[in-house]
Write a protein that binds this ligand. Structure first.
Ligand code: 6PG
Length: 242
């Protein structure tokens, strides 16, 4: 299925629309399930969305019915500025004014092999299984300037088809250890939504969404949910070469 491309005048307007998208998925999922299983993305772009959810949509979201996981994590302690959990905690969880929610972070401070085993088991035991893989209700994804998504970098492109649920990768520039969901989990979600802003990403966005050039080498191009819905939330700068 072709992705739904949504383009907004600014990152803030994109974040607003993305927050409403999350709210809609939450409300729809809770019509037939007690919990909504969401995998959060990392990096800087989602902080706009986290702030929006906590500040503008706080009272509309049944936080106690949400289970928060991560699509990837840096192998650092949870209070480290590099931690994706730390970012979500600062921009979202700490603003919930005492409301309880359910957090299942990747323990970046643990031994990598042991944490991969633990997190894989958690996904198998907590999420509904579809096509032999855990199925999230929503996976949030960003895209790096090199076309990576989650922590699947171009050098790790084979992880898009890996039969494992979770993998260990390293950042191609600084060598930072990462733990990431693999493509078969990412592509097994009911809903996958990219949030991409900024002119620096415009050429990769166009290559991927218009199936041009060497798009097949970019992990973000490998995200096509088997049965789920795929959205690309873009600001006009990131969409400027479409
Ligand atoms: C991470 C993210 C990564 C991120 C992209 C875009 O852990 O860094 O999972 O995939 O989404 O690198 O990051 P920005 O939003 O900061 O551009």
């Amino acid at each position: 299925m072709e992705p739904t491309k949504l383009i907004y005048d600014s990152p803030k307007k994109m974040a607003e629309a993305y927050s409403v998208h999350i709210l809609n998925i939450v409300n729809k999922t809770l019509k037939s399930h007690n919990f909504v299983n969401i995998a959060l993305s990392g990096g800087s772009t989602p902080t706009l969305i986290f702030d929006m959810l906590a500040e503008k949509y706080h009272d509309l979201i049944p936080w106690e019915n949400l289970n928060f996981f991560w699509g990837d994590e840096r192998c650092v302690p949870p209070d480290n500025d590099q931690s994706n959990y730390h970012s979500a905690n600062m921009h979202l969880f700490e603003k919930l004014q005492g409301k309880k929610t359910n957090i299942f972070r990747i323990m970046g401070e643990s031994g990598i092999t042991r944490e991969m085993f633990r997190y894989s088991g958690l996904l198998k035991n907590t999420l509904k299984q579809k096509n032999g893989y855990p199925a999230f209700d929503l996976i949030m994804l960003g895209m790096g300037d090199d076309g990576h998504t989650a922590s699947i970098f171009p050098k790790d492109i084979d992880l898009i088809e890996s039969e494992e649920l979770v993998a260990h990768t390293t950042h191609p520039e600084n060598g930072q250890d990462r733990i990431t969901l693999t493509g078969n989990v990412l592509n097994n979600a009911e809903n996958v939504a990219f949030h991409v802003t900024g002119a620096k990403k415009a050429s990769k966005v166009a290559e991927i969404l218009d199936h041009k050039g060497s798009h097949a080498q970019y992990p973000a191009a490998g995200i096509n949910p088997k049965n789920g819905r795929l959205f690309w939330f873009l600001d006009k700068e990131a969409a400027s070469e479409l």
